[in-house]
Write a protein that binds this ligand. Structure first.
Ligand SMILES: [Zn+2]
Ligand SMILES: [Zn+2]
Length: 138
């Protein structure tokens, strides 16, 4: 089902079919830019280029680069210095929503939380144990 939408890039109306978020013209433009970036990155000496370098060399907006990395159009396994910003701290990451540092601290937060919970459970159990023991003594 087609629906009329505003293209977020040029503000023109276009038929939204669920395939593209931008109009036909902008999709072509985006594809052109992708080809420029891809041609740039394909050169051996540019393989390790980071987002700053690519933006400078190709004039392509970094938001588009991030989008392509997210979508897997530019693969970090092939281009090791590419990534997109972590949802939490903005550092570049290549998988998930958070960078490794944030994932790490999230995990340790969780561990602290679980450790605290274990500790509380232990106290509850111990109290109950003492209570039962007291009861048995009587
Ligand atoms: Zn457009
Ligand atoms: Zn982060």
């Amino acid at each position: 089902m087609a629906e009329l939408r505003n293209c977020p890039m040029c503000d023109e109306f276009f038929n939204y079919t669920g395939l593209r978020e931008v109009c036909h013209k902008c999709a072509l433009k985006e594809e052109d830019m992708y080809q420029v970036v891809y041609r740039f990155l394909r050169k051996r000496e540019n393989r390790a280029a980071n987002v700053d370098r690519i933006e400078e060399a190709t004039g392509v907006d970094r938001d588009l680069l991030y989008k392509w990395v997210r979508k897997g159009k530019l693969h970090p396994a092939v281009f090791p210095n590419l990534g997109y910003p972590c949802d939490n701290c903005g550092h570049l990451t290549t998988k998930g929503k958070l960078c490794e540092a944030c994932q790490g601290s999230l995990k340790s937060d969780l561990r602290t939380f679980e450790a605290a919970k274990d500790f509380r459970d232990e106290i509850v159990n111990r109290d109950r144990g003492t209570y039962l023991a007291d009861k048995r003594k009587r």
